[in-house]
Design a binder for this molecule. Structure first.
Ligand SMILES: [Zn+2]
Length: 327
């Protein structure tokens, strides 16, 4: 517990410093070329320099990504950007390619991006997932998907940064998934094809929509299915800089049960415990207005800190989580 509080403070300071830095440095070309929509210093986001969570959020939800629909040029552009973000962290991302049938009956190829951070010990490992695809462009309107789910991808990189600076006890796989919006296809493929040699997946930690809530609430779902996770999540909530609530995982809730509504679903169906972090739907959910400018940056950064705390605690408890039978 102490180590979590310490690291929370350390990383929050780091994030605040990074934010302060970007806000005091105007974009290099601001005088010559007005960049009204550019609110972070994207020139700092190069192949060799890792971006801050805010910079990743803005870049991934920019118009040039075209809404990141699976199979489109914008989706490929997003993937190239993300591959560079891994490279800037000294991580090699590999493509995990899969084909699936769309709801319209077409066959489509999707590509997950996977990177592994080595832990100190072999054995069970944690898979952190966040989908990078979104719903594309329709009738000339770009669905930028800032909250859904550039925010979760930024969260996954924040966790990667944390574990690069503070090596985890167990391996951590960062999986940026494709085709979530087409029926959790990337997650289904990943669970089906496995993650390569060595160990078991002890836990899936999924981020999908971390940045928008009027009540400053972030949900952690999953403990209904694995009650042993509840004390851990409550301990995280006690220190979290957001109101972290447990729930949205009881089948009795009907459509408010999120158990199968994002990429953690296929892990759950395969008997792998999950914790899903996300916010409740908001007015810009799946709208062209889900853009960088409508994200409350303070809440987003607090969510990021919360999921870093959680990932650290899950890593510390991973052997116990892995050896507890399903509840
Ligand atoms: Zn989503």
């Amino acid at each position: 517990m102490t180590s979590i509080r310490t690291s929370l403070f350390a990383s929050f300071t780091l994030l605040s410093a990074a934010c302060g830095q970007t806000s005091t440095e105007p974009p290099a070309q601001s005088a010559a070329a007005p960049q009204a929509t550019l609110q972070t210093d994207q020139s700092a986001c190069t192949q060799t320099v890792p971006c801050t969570p805010l910079q990743i959020l803005e870049a991934l939800s920019a118009d040039e990504m075209g809404g990141r629909q699976t199979g489109t040029e914008g989706n490929a552009k997003a993937r190239a950007f993300l591959r560079n973000r891994f490279a800037a962290r000294g991580l090699e991302a590999r493509n995990h390619e899969f084909t699936f049938e769309t709801r319209e009956g077409d066959t489509l190829t999707g590509i997950n991006l996977l990177a592994r951070i080595e832990g100190k010990t072999d054995g069970p490992f944690m898979v952190v997932t966040a989908h990078y695809d979104h719903v594309g462009t329709h009738e000339g309107q770009i669905f930028n998907g800032a909250d859904d789910n550039a925010s979760g991808v930024a969260g996954a990189f924040a966790v990667a940064d944390h574990f690069r600076a503070n090596p985890p006890e167990h391996d951590v796989v960062i999986a940026l998934l494709d085709a979530e919006e087409m029926g959790l296809q990337g997650a289904h493929a990943l669970v089906r094809d496995g993650l390569g040699a060595g160990g078991d997946i002890a836990l899936n930690v999924n981020f999908d929509m971390l940045s928008r809530n009027d009540k400053n609430e972030l949900y952690a779902a999953g403990a209904f299915h694995r009650p042993d996770l509840a004390p851990l999540l409550k301990a995280i909530a006690a220190d979290a800089p957001v109101a972290l609530k447990l729930g949205h995982d009881d089948p009795a809730l009907g459509s408010d049960d999120w158990t199968l509504q994002s990429d953690h679903g296929p892990f759950h169906q395969a008997g792998i415990p999950f914790v899903y972090f996300g916010v409740e739907d908001h007015q810009d959910y799946h709208q062209p207005t889900d853009v960088f400018e409508t994200v409350p940056q303070d809440f987003f950064l607090r969510s990021i800190e919360t999921v870093i705390m959680a990932a650290e605690m899950f890593d510390a408890e991973l052997v116990r989580i892995n050896s507890t039978p399903d509840g």
